[in-house]
Design a protein around this ligand. Sequence first.
Ligand code: FAD
Ligand code: NAI
Length: 467
Amino acid sequence: MSETYDVVVIGGGPGGYVAAIRAAQLGMKTACVEMRGKLGGTCLNVGCIPSKALLQSSELYHEAQHSFASHGIVVSPKLDLKAMLDRKAKIVEGLTGGIEFLFKKNKIDYVKGRGHIDAPGQVSVTEGDDKGKVLTTKNIVIATGSESTPLPGLDVDEKTIVTSTGALEFDKVPKHLAVIGGGVIGLELGSVWKRLGAQVTVIEFLDRIVPNMDGEVSKTFQRTLKKQGLEFKLKTKVTGAKKSKSGVELTMEPAAGGDVETLSVDKVLVCIGRRPYTEGLGLDDIGVERDKRGVIQVDAHYKTNIDGIYAIGDCIPGPMLAHKAEDEGVVIAEILAGQKPHINYDAIPGVVYTWPEVADVGMSEEKLKEQGRAYKVGKFPFMANSRAKANDATDGFVKILADAETDRVLGAHIIGPAAGEMIHEIVTIIEFGGSSEDVARTCHAHPTFSEAVKEAALDVEKRAIHV
Ligand code: FAD
Ligand code: NAI
């Protein structure tokens, strides 16, 4: 039986489910096709949320072992990994169930199975509970997300050689975990297992970790993680892996070529980036344009080259972040409703949820130099922040970059406690086209970590008070 919708969204992740909810709020008859059996996509099921749950638990365990005593709290912590994993699973279940509730509340049809675009205006479901269902619709929004990029020569089995999905489920703490890729996933999940007792070796192809971040931050970040016991092999490429009963033997060589070396570990996490997931959608048959990496090409209104077919989230260009996907979900629904919304891609924050956290928004110094723009730098270390002192959280700094002439804030980079929360002050400033003077003149409560943001803004004109 065929039904007619205003919009059918394929994919129930942060991009897709938000698009569906906003479309329904705007009065459109909406369906969302999801094949995972759960709503929430990568983010809620095997990404943002489970990783943050484990980061929080492992941080508490580590603190109980190493920090409580300095506060005069004497404990003998013991790890119950099963309980930790069960807690994570419960959080995920609660949140994915919450999205299902929101779908019901907004009268969105949740169609379980794999969506296939037969033609513009027609989506069929080829697997799952609703197999055989054909949906006719005025508009199709593709929000099918991304998947882990494979590394040739390493066969992922999600037990010994794993992607992030397997690394969220180890039932024993690995003795030695090799992390291939010193990016966001590698450093977050590497931190989790290091805190729980594993030896962790991060193997990165380039000469620094988190290579897209401001260089100064990435250097401090690596130094801080090294102090915590993570080991790094930079400028190194993994060329093969041999599995044995006891684990895996990795073969590596310098990225520029040279002598081969081996590393024996019991688990390997492959996290060298993610690529769009558009399998089985039928895009080639209907001629939806993608680039060499499979990224769906869209115009400024998220329209593909085919009328009536739109795409958002990880499967289109831009940072692969849940909040970017969500914002695009809102915007595409509003565009389909005839509104004229807009996203400022210069004001999308990025956060790495390690200890300390690392957060940024806008331009890095490297990018400003590349563009030949004149800029001023203001910096303030958490070592000189009283709340950071009181909390024993003095690693890191705030750095603000402002236009040399107009003082307009162009970027901010924070490594330190609660960096992921503090960055939003600068996101808002950038969104409003504000200056470092605006931040410097804003009253910040004392004692807070955020005072370091104000002091960094004062330092743009070299008048910070506490250094
Ligand atoms: P997805 O969340 O990938 O959702 C796409 C959905 O589409 C999936 O559920 C999939 O099953 C479904 N689908 C695909 N094809 C079909 C089809 N043909 N029919 C039906 N359904 C289909 N981002 C952050 O901002 N913060 C974080 O802290 C963070 N942590 C992360 C941690 C990890 C370990 C990983 C892997 C990612 C993390 N991310 C984080 C990235 C974030 O998960 C993604 O950017 C976000 O999920 C993208 O949303 P999306 O809706 O575009 O795609
Ligand atoms: P990433 O792009 O962050 O990092 C990949 C790293 O692997 C880079 O440093 C790259 O230089 C390196 N690399 C590439 N090829 C390599 C090779 N052959 N050998 C060794 N190193 C190699 O990708 P990652 O960590 O896989 O995460 C994917 C995406 O998921 C992120 O880009 C991010 O968008 C999202 N994510 C976001 C999080 C957050 O916001 N906190 C957390 C986790 C993931």
